[in-house]
Design a protein. Structure first.
Length: 278
């Protein structure tokens, strides 16, 4: 009996190790047309908040909880994302260069312990196709995490993973009720405004906030990859009751527009960025 308990304990340890080593996939291939002023020059995940790309902020969220293995699905101006990581270690270190012998030494590096796979997934590829193209990088892992390269949140990653394991479905997506951007107006029969009320979060619909956990069976729902992940693949998962919603009551914000970027920049520069969990 003691030997059996030991075996079960070992299996649990292996399972927990696999969860801890889980890969994080970030969709970073879109054009970002609604934040056009900056995305003409760079891919949207490289638009900066403070002096760091929003992509870095997203990776720091996961890294804080011990997840350091990233797969980034590149597309539009993907070479700029590659250049950033090619030079990242040097930028985070003091450096000594021998100009005659072309030697280089790095000192006092503050680079994160990340492993970053940069995958060329095409300029016009839709999200389901991007995920299909990185299937080999997932390998035999039982599940992986996925999020968008343009949104930040203070999601409790361990709680998200625990929720995913508890329900046994193929997919978990983080959902949230964003703050209302428009006031609700009540008008009487004489075109007079009776009341004006800011729309509260609790009155909003639940929306997809990214920060997903997907079992490898999700690949069976992607078809030939010629559609958006959020269209027929997710619709079929929901129909099959294989998708669960992790309700996130905290902070979440996409960076879809210039206004969104200014909002996030203001929070960061004011020292009030809720997603800064590190």
């Amino acid at each position: 009996m003691a030997e059996r308990d030991s075996d079960e304990s070992d299996l649990q340890t292996v399972h927990e190790w696999r969860i801890y080593q889980m890969k994080v996939v970030i969709l970073a291939g879109g054009r970002g047309s609604r934040i056009n002023e900056e995305s003409v020059l760079k891919p949207k995940p490289m638009v900066e908040i403070g002096d760091r790309p929003i992509l870095w902020h997203i990776m720091k969220i996961y890294s804080t909880y011990g997840y350091h293995d990233f797969i980034i699905c590149c597309g539009y101006k993907g070479h700029m994302i590659k250049d950033y990581f090619i030079h990242y270690y040097m930028y985070q270190s003091d450096a000594t260069f021998g100009l005659q012998d072309k030697s280089r030494e790095y000192h006092n590096s503050t680079a994160e312990p990340w492993r970053v796979t940069l995958a060329n997934t095409g300029l016009e590829t839709l999200t389901a196709g991007r995920i299909l193209q990185i299937r080999d990088y997932i390998g035999e892992d039982e599940c992986f995490m996925l999020t968008y390269g343009d949104g930040v949140a203070d999601v409790d990653i361990p709680a998200l993973l625990a929720f995913h394991r508890s329900h046994g479905r193929i997919a978990t997506i983080t959902t949230t009720q964003p703050a209302g951007r428009f006031g609700a107006i009540k008008i009487d029969g004489h075109d007079m405004i009776e009341s004006f009320k800011e729309k509260a979060r609790k009155d909003q619909s639940w929306v997809n906030a990214g920060f997903m956990v997907l079992n490898r069976e999700v690949f069976d729902y992607l078809g030939d990859g010629s559609q958006m992940l959020e269209a027929s693949p997710f619709e079929q998962l929901a129909k099959d009751r294989q998708m669960a919603a992790y309700r996130h009551p905290g902070f979440w914000s996409p960076m879809d527009t210039v206004h969104d970027r200014a909002y996030l920049e203001g929070l960061w520069s004011g020292g009030k960025a809720p997603w800064k969990v590190w």
